[in-house]
Ligand binder design. Structure first.
Ligand SMILES: NC(=O)c1cnc(OC2CCCC2)nc1N
Length: 328
């Protein structure tokens, strides 16, 4: 290889790593260390090098997030390990009944990891040796759709993990409230139908056959589990969430390890209050038995784990506006 190319190869690698680090800080940590113009100028430098030396383009390059081609349709994806759904409860009595069932089955006190229930789409992200190889929808839990091209455009999804592990991560892809409002405003101005809620907007954005459209929808993610817990070092849900964060995934920071069902209920009441202040929509709280061995002992029903429950908030009462109040 000519000497000049080696310095270019080195520069391209430096730029890729630097840009991926800046993108991680901005989209995953929400704590950028440089201004946008710094990112943009380095990005343009990398685009120029890759245009002059296409052989230097690597799959984890930030320039490869948005594909060029438009798909005819989506391939089916078989989930080796099903993506389960959750049994829903709507009151404190049912939470207490869940805790009693769990304690009876395990014949001991149990700790729970509480997570906000993000109102988005369940997705699965498969990595081989740290590289994103496939992204799919949940579908019916056993068969989903291959939306890899669209998920690659979601900036908080790492194209390359911090370790070269092979695993399938699972989580929620969602549209932040602000992006939802902006998108609907734009659609209204264009005379298009508006989306009813951020979840539908995220679903519509992930169903695009042209990933250039998905790339503009500012989607984000919170990862919360892996298909096979054996692929992680952690032996509890709470540690697994930190392990996923250490690999470069975005995880929801509001998680809480609770040592009693009273603590769980306090968490639920706390976020029923706070949900309006969050930058993303939630429709409840997911309560999971923390210890993986205990999860295994409890097992699954046909559709849902016995070791987890979803507490659903009552629908947010529509904020009555002055126009809605009956004066006469
Ligand atoms: N919408 C959410 O935020 C969410 C959904 N699902 C799960 O857990 C799966 C894993 C085992 C059954 C359900 N956790 C969550 N936080």
């Amino acid at each position: 290889m000519k000497v000049v190319e080696q310095s270019i190869v080195k520069r391209a690698k430096e730029l890729r790593n630097q840009l991926n680090q800046y993108s991680y800080e901005y989209y995953v940590k929400d704590d950028p260390s440089v201004e946008d113009f710094v990112y943009d100028s380095l990005y343009q430098e990398l685009v120029k090098i890759e245009n002059n030396h296409p052989e230097l383009v690597s799959e984890d390059s930030p320039t490869q997030r948005v594909g060029g081609r438009v798909l005819e349709g989506f391939e089916k994806v078989e989930h080796d390990i099903p993506l389960y759904s959750l049994n829903d409860v709507f009151n404190k009595e049912d939470i207490i009944a869940f805790d009693k069932r769990v304690q009876k089955a395990l014949n001991r006190q149990v700790s729970y990891t509480c997570e906000l229930k993000i109102d988005g789409l369940s997705v699965s992200l498969r990595y081989e040796n740290g590289k994103l190889v496939q992204g799919a929808t949940r579908g019916d839990g056993t068969v989903g759709e291959d939306i890899t091209e669209n998920l690659r455009t979601v900036r908080s999804i790492p194209l390359q993990l911090k370790n070269s592990v092979s695993l399938e991560a699972r989580g929620e892809c969602y549209m932040p409230k602000k992006s939802f409002m902006r998108l609907n405003q734009h659609r209204e101005e264009e005379g298009q139908d508006v989306f009813a809620n951020p979840r539908n907007a995220a679903a519509g954005s992930l169903r695009q056959l042209d990933s250039k459209i998905t790339a503009k929808r500012n989607l984000s993610t919170f990862l919360y589990s892996v298909a096979d817990t054996g692929s992680l070092a952690s032996s509890t849900q709470f540690d697994a969430l930190q392990e996923l964060a250490d690999l470069g995934f975005q995880t929801n920071q509001e998680r809480k390890l609770c040592h009693s069902i009273d603590e769980v209920w306090d968490y639920i009441e706390d976020f029923q209050e706070k949900r309006g202040d969050l930058s993303y929509e939630i429709d409840g709280v997911v309560i999971k038995v923390n210890d993986f061995d205990q999860q295994e002992k409890l097992g699954y029903t046909v559709k849902a784990p016995r070791w987890a429950i979803a507490y659903k908030f009552p629908p947010e009462e529509a904020q009555t506006t002055i126009q809605d109040i009956q004066w006469t």
